[in-house]
Design a binder for this molecule. Structure first.
Ligand SMILES: NC(=O)c1ccc[n+]([C@@H]2O[C@H](COP(=O)([O-])OP(=O)(O)OC[C@H]3O[C@@H](n4cnc5c(N)ncnc54)[C@H](O)[C@@H]3O)[C@@H](O)[C@H]2O)c1
Length: 244
C-alpha cells in the first residue's frame, strides 16, 4: 500500500552490480522515498550486495521477472510508483554471443513489458518518470582515440548492444507515441573490468557514478512535487539535464 507523503520508486535489477549501489544510496539517503527493488536474481544478481539495507523500513525486495506483466501490474497497484529506474538487463557481451535469446527476451521484451505497465498504471503522467539505463556500446566501437556524443549514429556490434539499442528506441518511441515521461542514460562500460581488478576501486567509482545520476534524479522528483505538476513530458538528453 502507498505510504502517505512518500515517493515510491521501482528499481529493476537492483541486486546487480550497479543496481545494488543505486538501491543502497537511495535507501540510506532518502528516507522519504520507498524503494522497491525488483530483481529476478539471475546469475548476476546477488542479494548479499544489499545485506546492510535489507531491513530498512523504506526498502522492499521483490523477486520477479520484468517480463511478467501480471506481476508488474500488481506491483504498480500496490505501490503506485512515481518513478522507475530501469537497470535490469542481461548485460554481459560474451554471454550475448553464446545465448542471444536471453538478451532479446529481457532487454527488449522485458523493457516493453515495463513500459506497458507504466503506461497502463499512470493515467496522469505528471510527476512521473521512466528512467532507462543504457550503454555507450549502442554507438559501436572506438579505436584508441575518438568519442561518442548524443548525436552519434547507433551502430551496435553485438547481440547485447543491439538489444540495448532496441530498448532505447522503444523507450523513446513510448515517449513520442504516448507521451510517457522518460530520461535515458548511456553509461560507459568500465565498472565490471575494474570490479575484477579491484572491487574497492570499482565500488568507489560506481558510488560516484550513481551519486551524480542520483543528484539529477532526486532534483527531478523533488521538482515535480514542488514546481509544476502539469509540466509537459519531455525527453531529456544528457546535455539538457546537465544544464539543469
Ligand atoms: N556494468 C557496466 O559497465 C555497464 C555499462 C553500461 C551500461 N550498463 C547497463 O546498466 C545496467 C546495470 O548493469 P549491471 O552491470 O549492474 O548489470 P548486472 O548484470 O550486474 O545486473 C543485472 C541485474 O538484473 C537482474 N535481471 C536480469 N534479468 C532480469 C529480469 N528478466 N527481470 C528482473 N531482473 C533481471 C539480474 O538478476 C541482476 O541483478 C544494465 O542495464 C546494463 O546494460 C552497465
Amino acid at each position: 500500500m502507498k505510504a502517505q507523503g512518500k515517493s515510491h520508486i521501482l528499481i529493476t535489477g537492483g541486486a546487480g552490480f550497479i543496481g545494488s549501489h543505486v538501491v543502497r544510496r537511495f535507501v540510506n539517503k532518502y528516507k522519504d522515498y520507498i524503494i522497491v527493488n525488483l530483481d529476478k536474481l539471475t546469475y548476476a544478481g546477488n542479494l548479499a550486495n544489499l545485506h546492510d539495507v535489507e531491513h530498512e523500513s523504506n526498502y522492499a525486495f521483490v523477486k520477479g521477472d520484468i517480463c511478467d506483466a501480471t506481476l508488474l501490474a500488481g506491483l504498480f497497484e500496490k505501490y503506485s510508483f512515481d518513478g522507475i529506474i530501469h537497470l535490469a538487463a542481461e548485460s554481459h557481451v560474451d554471454r550475448s554471443i553464446s545465448n542471444p535469446m536471453d538478451f532479446i527476451t529481457t532487454n527488449i521484451v522485458g523493457t516493453v513489458t515495463l513500459l506497458n505497465a507504466a503506461r497502463n498504471a499512470w493515467s496522469d503522467f505528471s510527476g512521473k518518470r521512466f528512467y532507462h539505463i543504457s550503454t555507450d556500446e549502442v554507438y559501436g566501437s572506438l579505436g584508441k582515440t575518438g568519442y561518442f556524443t548524443e548525436t552519434t549514429n547507433y551502430d551496435p556490434r553485438s547481440p547485447y548492444s543491439a538489444s540495448k539499442a532496441s530498448s532505447d528506441h522503444l523507450v523513446r518511441a513510448y515517449h513520442h507515441t504516448y507521451g510517457l515521461p522518460i530520461a535515458r542514460r548511456k553509461i560507459r562500460r568500465h565498472f565490471w573490468l575494474l570490479d575484477v581488478a579491484s572491487r574497492q576501486h570499482a565500488t568507489r567509482l560506481a558510488r560516484t557514478a550513481s551519486g551524480s545520476e542520483e543528484g539529477r534524479l532526486v532534483r527531478f522528483f523533488r521538482a515535480q512535487h514542488v514546481e509544476s505538476p502539469n509540466r509537459p513530458a519531455k525527453e531529456c538528453s544528457r546535455d539538457q539535464e546537465a544544464r539543469r
